[in-house]
Design a protein around this ligand. Structure first.
Ligand code: MRU
Length: 346
């Protein structure tokens, strides 16, 4: 299994990232020792996926402390740089969550912050394993099928997390149980996380799949070609509304019409109970060039502009299940303020 993000102590302490912008063609690793390098890596999507961003946030505080020590930063300068890591992308709550998990320990020194950051990394992998088991159980029960055909969107595998994956983890779990039919991987315009990354992981894991254009997904669902849609999440708010890669809500609408489950899978670190509804989620808008060009070559007319939201919000009443390592909730049935109450005390 590929390791998307990890801490290395030698030659000098750094975050080691696989550069996801170059996959699947080239396997190159980045060695991050400064805040600016980390912010660039996050914004260019060299590291991406909500849980991987959580790890980047937590380890990023260590990077900032080490850089501050080398360069003699004042306490204010250090805090400003930790904020730069936290704010590098706005939608995935895991990034700010990861920073906040460790920043309170900064007065105890960098060794303690590193210890907590490594805990964030470790716990994400364990959470993904557990939610994958719970998700597979729920789906097999809900569909009543011997094997399930799945559609998924974007990339939610080991590359998007610290290990194993979320929605992808459930797919992998179903595969290991011999319960998986064909997987439809949406290509995920405009940056092709599905075609480049999910297909790469599915291939490595020996999982039978086809890539489809995002625009094909609703029709694949309505034609009865899949039994369940499984996606990840960048932020799940108190009422269950969920932000995920743009295009996700189209799958949810089609699933409702087709009468098949639409499942969201995420570690509990993706749940933001401070935010009431999806209307309050800050949706990142990225460069128009990502839509106007293909592989760096202009495809749209020279004067055309583009609207490029990176995420959309699926309303909770379209979500059959939210699967976390702490348990499964069913927002379409029971959406509302107390959705996560039973899971909080874990
Ligand atoms: O812009 P990205 O590639 O970071 O978007 C990623 C997604 O939307 C994923 O589905 C989400 O972060 C969950 S990853 C387990």
């Amino acid at each position: 299994m590929v390791v998307a993000i990890e801490w290395r102590r030698k030659p000098t302490p750094h975050i080691r990232l696989i550069d996801q912008t170059l996959l699947p063609g080239t396997e190159t690793y980045l060695e991050i020792t400064t805040v600016s390098e980390l912010v660039d890596a996050i914004q260019s999507l060299a590291v991406r996926g909500a849980p991987a961003l959580g790890a980047a946030g937590a380890l990023g505080v260590v990077v900032a402390m080490n850089q501050g020590e080398r360069e003699g930063w004042s306490p204010e300068e250090l805090e400003r740089n930790v904020d730069r890591v936290r704010d590098a992308r706005p939608t995935a709550v895991n990034l700010m969550w990861g920073v906040n998990e460790v920043r309170g320990a900064m007065p105890e020194g960098v060794d303690r912050v590193l210890e907590l950051a490594l805990q964030v990394v470790e716990e994400d992998g364990a959470a993904n394993r557990e939610l994958s088991r719970l998700g597979a159980d729920w789906i097999l029960e809900a569909t009543g099928k011997e094997t399930v055909r799945v559609v998924t969107h974007c990339n939610t595998g080991a590359l998007a997390t610290t290990a194993w994956g979320t929605a992808y983890g459930i797919i992998h779990e179903l595969h290991e149980r011999g319960k998986l039919g064909l997987v439809y991987a949406d290509e995920t315009r405009p940056l092709l996380q599905g075609a480049r990354l999910t297909s790469w992981e599915l291939t490595q894991d020996g999982i039978e799949h086809v890539i489809q254009a995002d625009g094909a997904a609703s029709s694949t669902i309505l034609r009865g070609m899949v039994d369940v849609a499984i996606i990840g999440a960048d932020r799940i708010v108190a009422n269950g509304d969920t932000a995920n890669k743009v295009g996700s809500v189209a799958l949810a609408l089609a699933c409702e019409r087709a009468g098949i489950p639409f499942v969201v899978a995420a570690p509990f670190s993706t749940v933001d109970r401070e935010t009431a509804t999806g209307d309050d989620i800050h949706i990142e808008e990225r460069s128009a060039l990502e839509v106007l060009e293909l592989g760096g070559v202009r495809t749209a007319p020279a004067t055309a502009d583009a609207f490029n939201p990176a995420f959309d919000v699926t309303p909770h009443d379209l979500i059959s299940a939210i699967v976390t390592e702490r348990g499964v909730v069913e927002p379409a049935r029971s959406g509302g303020g107390a959705l996560f109450a039973d899971l909080v005390s874990h």
